[in-house]
Design a protein around this ligand. Sequence first.
Ligand code: KG4
Ligand code: ZN
Length: 353
Amino acid sequence: MTTTVESPTSAWITGPILGIETSCDETAASVLAADGAILSNIITSQHAVHQRFGGVVPELASRAHIESIEVVSAEALQKAGLAWTDLTGIAVTQGPGLAGALLVGVNYAKALAYVLNIPLVGVSHLEGHIASAWLQDPAFPLPCVVLVVSGGHTHLYYKEPSGHCRLLGSTRDDAAGEAFDKGAQLLGLEYPGGPAIDSLARQGNPEAIAFPRSYLKRGSLEFSFSGLKTALLYKLQAMTEQSRTAQAADLAAGYQEAIVAVLVEKSFAAVRSSGARALAVVGGVSANSRLRALLQQRATSESLHLSLPPLAYCTDNAAMIAAAGRQALRAGLRASLDIDAQASLASSFAHAL
Ligand code: KG4
Ligand code: ZN
């Protein structure tokens, strides 16, 4: 149950805030100064734990979070040059994500808030990703279109001048990150698949092997990536082992191009139809080098503002959770100590940004 409530009497947060993120396979903690400056951003990845299974194993993720949460949080404090008692607020990812993984962060945050007697706020992981667009560029303009592209989401939003986010379109099946991960698995690449395809594709020709680009019906701002994965499977089945190896880079480049071309096209279509003059692209897939290059070219040629967070803030991190939480805390929102993890917080928002 979410029990974040307004409490105007304690609306003012005057000092540093700790953000905690444990929704999937990264244990992360970050401290933001009162003015929003990032004082530390510590991330421990569990990729080595999950690699041999080809994906995240929820039970192993929870255990690894338990082992890391204290160390990662203490390091975030130390890097920031602060003591626990300097903290004036805590923000934690409440959902969406793996239930057991979220619980580790939520319970740790609740215990800290209780012991330190400071306010706590639960943050949607999606709100966190969206907030990452303003981490390095606090003056990035509103209204804007935001594309959240991660392992679990492919969502296009219109963010109004008030900060409220309106959903314009999302994926009907796989998320873009999922398409990268599943494609990489078919290609025999390591988990996580996105970075693996990204680096192999650099040696390939994106036009050498054609893949279907799913634009759906004219003007649609929805996405669909499951057909692409099937197309890759059929191509691989029709090839010999030798040609699969010889053409691995072209396959990766063509497959990647089919994902990023659609992401770019639909993002700019959303900008055009909404009348916004700014686009932010956030989430793990926004680390993709080809996507970044195409977005930058297009934004320059259309004279649009583009926010692409630095790589450390694209994939899961706690600075983005602290940033979203800071806004919530400053707006007077508080969670009581009985908040729970919400695995399917989905595309809803714990509170307006
Ligand atoms: O935001 P994130 O760290 O976690 C979720 O909220 O899901 O995103 C993880 C996703 C994974 O699917 C991963 O393969 C993808 O982001 N990803 C990439 C790249 N780096 C991470 N996809 C394409 N190219 C990359 N360089
Ligand atoms: Zn994420």
